[in-house]
Design a protein around this ligand. Sequence first.
Ligand code: ZN
Length: 277
Amino acid sequence: MKFESLRYEQPAEGVARIVLAREETRNAQNKRLLYEVNDAFDAAGRDDAVKVVILAADGPHFSSGHDLRDKSRMDEFTPVSCWGGFDLPGAEGWMAVEEEIYLGLCWRWRNFPKPTIAQVQGKAIAGGLMLVWVCDLVVASSDAEFSDPVVAFGVNGVEFFTHAWELGSRRAKEMLFTGAPVTADEGRQLGMVNHVVERDDLDRFTLALAERIARQPSMGLKLAKQAVNQSLDAQGQWTAIQAAFSLHQLAHSHNMQVHGQIVDPGGAAVIRNQSRR
Ligand code: ZN
């Protein structure tokens, strides 16, 4: 398989590593990157020699989120869902796009049958969080920061909304209300991050963890993952994600009516002012 936006590596027996390779954009997620991540997960899922997948990223930062400069069109890619109507006017078209490339892909990866490990350095902002949170385990370097500043843009949070499960409800609210990041150490205290290691040790540590997991039988791994995911499902996680996605679409529609664009144009200035304090 050929990829433009990532590398697909097999660094050890039983381990596949997907490495985001848009360092020049801080691994901003355009449609091509998202569909290539999906293709890479599919390849790893269908390869019986792969037991565990690491999702890593080139450069100083894991991911700066959705690529707002992405000019590609939906019809350049093959949808993974049966949603269509991506160019329809009003809320209908944009909701279909976000259902397909954000919520749909994330939910697909969350339910990937084999264990996955996010390997995170530097910043994971907004859409960057979504790629982290769909993974089963998170290994972060000590400089890693996790933030969802989209309230400044008049939106409740990113499209894949699992904040309260990841951080607990009070910390999730503070993260959203202030836009300020959760550090790697705090993430570990809260249970969002499994391990914090020095940046120089991030590759080696994550690979060693993956190799340890890969020595387990694939059946046990798949069943253990499903059992935990089903516990989250029983708590209503998917229902809550869908409800938050509906609010997210309300936000885009509101902003379109009031500001003529899907986000509040004042958001960037709000974030700039906050980071000066
Ligand atoms: Zn959105």
